[in-house]
Design a binder for this molecule. Structure first.
Ligand SMILES: Cc1cc2nc3c(=O)[nH]c(=O)nc-3n(C[C@H](O)[C@H](O)[C@H](O)COP(=O)(O)O)c2cc1C
Length: 255
């Protein structure tokens, strides 16, 4: 029988990916149980998409050599940060994900496959949300999960069988589903968090703005809860959530 492994998160909070913002300096400022670096583009085609997105005013990380850029960000983070980290990645090729997984594995983090982004530049090259419902997502997860612990970031609100998707991803080796439970028009779909969390370790995401909304994610079954925009509004956002006993409690992923 295979030995089980355990990854401990110091508290329930996660800093969610923000392209062009979540570099190592930004991430290391927050007392979350896990921070997500990136999103980063891992191969040439994805990097071209990042450049195009930047030209129309979006924030993006641009690296001459994407893999060296990502390695540099991880090295920078771990000098000042002793908690868990993940690296959010888009890539047009399977090889791009695999190469990032190899780097992440050298430093003991997670890779987060971005099946979430809906910027046209990335959808056009088969990245982000276009991976949802594409069998390529399963084969990517099968490959990278053999190299390092794997998270898949997905978006709610689409006409998909989310329970089945979660089952398939888990079977392929995904350890954590990061669920942006957005409902078109705002707020979060806690029913979706409940449904998916029955089968897999989840991070609940969207519209977490205070202790009450963060706890609701955990009470709906998510093991961790993430935030992006609220952190931009308030540097001390996570400190304010950590006064709560449940949100400041540790949790372990056993696999
Ligand atoms: C400026 C900005 C950049 C983002 N970039 C990424 C990204 O690169 N990858 C990703 O998976 N999600 C990205 N997101 C989505 C967030 O991680 C999060 O899922 C979303 O904002 C909903 O959470 P919130 O309500 O806490 O902001 C971005 C969000 C913002 C505001």
């Amino acid at each position: 029988m295979k030995d089980s492994k355990k990854i401990k998160f110091k508290n329930r909070l996660v800093l969610s990916a923000m392209a062009g913002i979540n570099d190592h300096k930004f991430c290391s400022r927050f007392p979350a149980g896990m921070v997500v670096l990136g999103g980063f583009s891992a191969d040439k085609k994805a990097m071209e998409a990042s450049k195009k997105a930047r030209l129309r005013g979006r924030k993006e990380f641009i690296f001459e050599d994407p893999l060296e850029g990502i390695r540099g960000e991880i090295e920078g983070l771990i000098q000042n940060y002793d908690r868990m980290f993940a690296v959010n990645v888009r890539s047009a090729s399977e090889k791009g994900y695999l190469k990032v997984a190899e780097i992440v594995s050298d430093f003991g983090g997670f890779i987060e496959i971005n099946a979430h982004c809906r910027q046209p530049e990335f959808l056009e090259i088969g990245c982000g949300q276009s991976l949802l419902g594409d069998p390529r997502l399963i084969s990517i997860v099968e490959e990278v999960s053999g190299v390092c612990p794997t998270i898949v970031k997905i978006r709610g609100g689409l006409p998909l069988d989310y329970k089945k998707l979660a089952e398939n991803l888990k079977e392929a080796g995904c350890l954590i589903l990061h669920v942006d439970a957005m409902i078109p028009g705002g707020k979060a779909d806690f029913g979706l968090i409940r449904e998916i969390s029955e089968g897999i370790f989840t991070i609940g995401n969207n519209s977490v703005v205070d202790v009450k909304s963060a706890k609701k994610m955990i009470e709906s079954g998510a093991k961790l809860v993430s935030a992006a925009r609220a952190v931009l509004k308030d540097e001390k956002f996570f400190d304010r959530l950590l006064v709560d006993e449940l949100l400041s409690s540790s949790v372990s992923l056993v696999y």
